[in-house]
Design a protein around this ligand. Structure first.
Ligand SMILES: NC(=O)c1ccc[n+]([C@@H]2O[C@H](COP(=O)([O-])OP(=O)(O)OC[C@H]3O[C@@H](n4cnc5c(N)ncnc54)[C@H](OP(=O)(O)O)[C@@H]3O)[C@@H](O)[C@H]2O)c1
Length: 237
């Protein structure tokens, strides 16, 4: 997909999502910025992207998500790019995880990712093709003992990516970027330990994740169903 693509980035008001939106805009994409609660920050990202449109939705609610895709179609145009970035992250002793804790993670990380892919793919088929990039995590590749539910949701995102790559070919590619430790300010003890274990001896930056997303949005269409870890080599240990 060349730089004229119309791309929705979910959870784009802050942190990694914001970096992806700014990077894609800088490289010539038309970006649509999704947010859930961070309206003020989304407006700032919009200003950084020359007034790019912003769309609000609680992606945990499939009806609300569907409403947002209808608004995108009407006010932005048919999508030919989607970056599923929005997610939740919590830490618990697995013996203490409740049904609510489990659903809290899965309804955004896995369920919303699937239904955003479904909605976008319908528009992409109509537009003649498209590119989907799902942000998974090193936690979907390597097991983290205090994040069992999060790891399971992100492993689900990776399998969703592979299965959809098969299902949506040849018009649509589906790939995943799996970040390692990306720090914003001071990390906690656990993330510091992970940074020390990282062969590159540093945390990653949101811009490095954004560059990997850009790669998949512009890569040869023969590349689909792939997972690219942006983790300084940590997955190799
Ligand atoms: N940071 C890391 O080290 C790291 C490592 C591995 C993987 N990742 C993955 O990279 C992606 C971005 O990470 P991050 O740390 O930048 O994420 P984040 O700040 O924790 O979350 C990104 C956005 O997700 C949105 N979101 C949460 N619940 C939502 C809901 N119900 N409906 C709609 N949007 C919702 C929030 O939007 P609002 O603020 O507008 O409410 C939030 O700003 C995630 O997929 C994450 O799992 C991050």
């Amino acid at each position: 997909m060349a730089g004229e693509g119309r791309v929705l980035i979910t959870g784009a008001a802050k942190r990694i999502g914001r970096a992806i939106a700014v990077e894609l805009f800088r490289r010539g994409f038309q970006v649509a910025i999704h947010y859930h609660t961070s309206r003020r920050e989304a407006e700032e990202v919009s200003r950084e992207c020359s007034g790019a449109p912003i769309f609000q939705a609680d992606l945990a609610k499939v009806d609300d998500l569907g409403r947002m895709f209808r608004e995108i179609r009407e006010h932005f145009g048919l999508l030919n790019g989607l970056v599923n970035n929005a997610a939740r992250f919590t830490r618990f002793d697995p013996l203490a995880i409740t049904e609510r804790d489990w659903d809290f993670i899965h309804e955004v990380n896995l369920k919303a990712t699937f239904f955003c892919c479904q909605q976008a793919a319908r528009q992409m088929k109509e537009a003649g093709g498209g590119r989907i990039v799902n942000i998974s995590s090193l936690g979907g590749i390597r097991p983290w003992a205090e994040h069992v539910h999060y790891c399971a949701s992100k492993a689900g995102v990776i399998m969703l990516t592979k299965a959809l790559a098969k299902a949506l070919a040849p018009e649509i590619t589906v790939n995943s970027v799996a970040p390692g430790v990306i720090l914003f300010g001071e990390g906690d003890e656990r993330s510091e330990r992970m940074v020390q274990a990282t062969p590159m001896h540093r945390p990653g930056t949101p811009e490095e994740v954004a560059q990997a997303v850009h790669f998949f949005l512009t890569a040869p269409e023969f590349i689909t169903g792939q997972v690219l870890a942006v983790d300084g080599g940590l997955s190799q240990r």
